[in-house]
Design a protein around this ligand. Structure first.
Ligand code: ATP
Length: 332
């Protein structure tokens, strides 16, 4: 079998712990995957005195697929978010985050939605300045090109994955120009997909609806900032950040990464939940055309989590990162 090279950025904080577990699960699938290590973030700063070395970018472009743990951006002036920089540099325009209930664990059962977040603009453009002492501006950039591109991706994704509905989430009643343009593009794109139901919800109402009846939602289409916030809210509905996988997709390459950050509060303690990273690995397998094995990995995770003995502290259990991982490997 031809081997598939994958760039692996283990990341900061809990990154190396959960990556180590993920690699054992990958090995148990018996697929010919070769993880090629690369550095970014804090680890790259220490090794090469830069947050995003050229060699890392080159390697991702060459392999076209990367798996990434969380990266910490040093707090302070002069450092832009390394995650944002990666997504922008590699033009990874779609951030896809499937949020599903896990039997016996999730506080809300029957949730099965996908967050489709625009990944390249909005307030994340990072254009901020002080116009007078005590007065700052942060500029929200929304373009027709990026809004149309993410809407098209959302509808195509819905068609390919048997989804029935796309809901745009916005605040166009207040931000008439920016969110208005985002909606205008989504509406236009929706016309080409008559089989998919299209509707819209104002973001505050969407949050309320999500916590009252999340089962009603299917694909949620959002700008960058709303997408970030609603992702964490949705993660909470199904049991927390330790459970939700994600992918950053571009035309030429893709980086798979969980929704959670580097969790410095529990790093190095063997307490991190590796589930999100393992499910992110499964998403990557799906992308690589290994859907059958991806389903087997997911099934092994769900089977393992059904047993209270293998749950990590974030799920109310006492298992370590490794114990959960080893149980998934056995289940596979
Ligand atoms: P970022 O800004 O990078 O998203 P953050 O500090 O906002 O980072 P996280 O690092 O994701 O957020 O941490 C938020 C909370 O969730 C922390 O209390 C952390 O311990 C917890 N958490 C995040 N990921 C996991 C995980 N995999 N397992 C257990 N707990 C986690």
């Amino acid at each position: 079998m031809k081997s598939i090279p994958i760039t692996l950025i283990e990341g900061d904080g809990i990154g190396p712990e959960i990556a180590s577990v993920m690699k054992k699960v990958a090995q148990a699938t018996q697929l010919s995957l070769v993880f090629e290590p690369a550095l970014a973030g804090q680890a790259a700063l220490e090794a090469y005195a830069e947050l995003l070395p050229d060699r890392t970018l080159k390697q991702i472009k060459q392999n076209k697929v990367a798996l990434k743990g969380p990266l910490t951006t040093p707090v302070g002036k002069g450092f832009r978010s390394i995650n944002v920089l990666l997504r922008k540099t590699l033009k990874l325009f779609a951030n896809v985050r499937p949020v599903r209930s896990i039997p016996q664990i999730s506080p809300y059962q029957g949730v099965d939605l996908v967050i489709m977040r625009e990944n390249t603009e909005d307030l994340y453009a990072g254009i901020e300045h002080e116009i007078a002492p005590g007065v700052v501006e942060s500029i929200k950039v929304i373009t027709r090109v990026a809004s149309t591109r993410i809407a098209q991706y959302a509808f195509e994704y819905a068609m390919k994955n048997g989804r029935k509905r796309v809901t745009s989430i916005h605040k166009a009643n207040i931000m008439k120009l920016s969110d208005g343009l985002f909606l205008e593009c989504a509406r236009k794109v929706s016309k080409a997909y008559p089989k998919i139901q299209y509707d819209e919800l104002i973001v505050d109402n969407a949050c309320m609806q999500l916590v009252s009846k999340p089962q009603q939602f299917d694909v949620l289409l959002l700008e960058n900032l709303y997408g970030d916030i609603v992702s964490d809210l949705a993660a909470g509905l199904v049991g927390g950040l330790g459970l939700v996988p994600g992918a950053n997709i571009g035309k030429k390459c893709a980086i798979f990464e969980s929704v959670h950050g580097s969790a410095p509060d529990i790093a190095g303690q063997g307490k991190a939940n590796p589930t999100a990273m393992i499910l992110t690995f499964a998403m990557m397998l799906e992308y690589l055309g290994k859907g059958k094995v991806a389903k087997q990995v997911e099934a092994a995770v769900f089977k393992t989590l059904a047993n209270k003995r293998f749950r990590t502290p974030d799920l109310g259990g006492r298992a370590s990162t490794e114990e959960l991982g080893e149980a998934v490997v056995r289940a596979l």
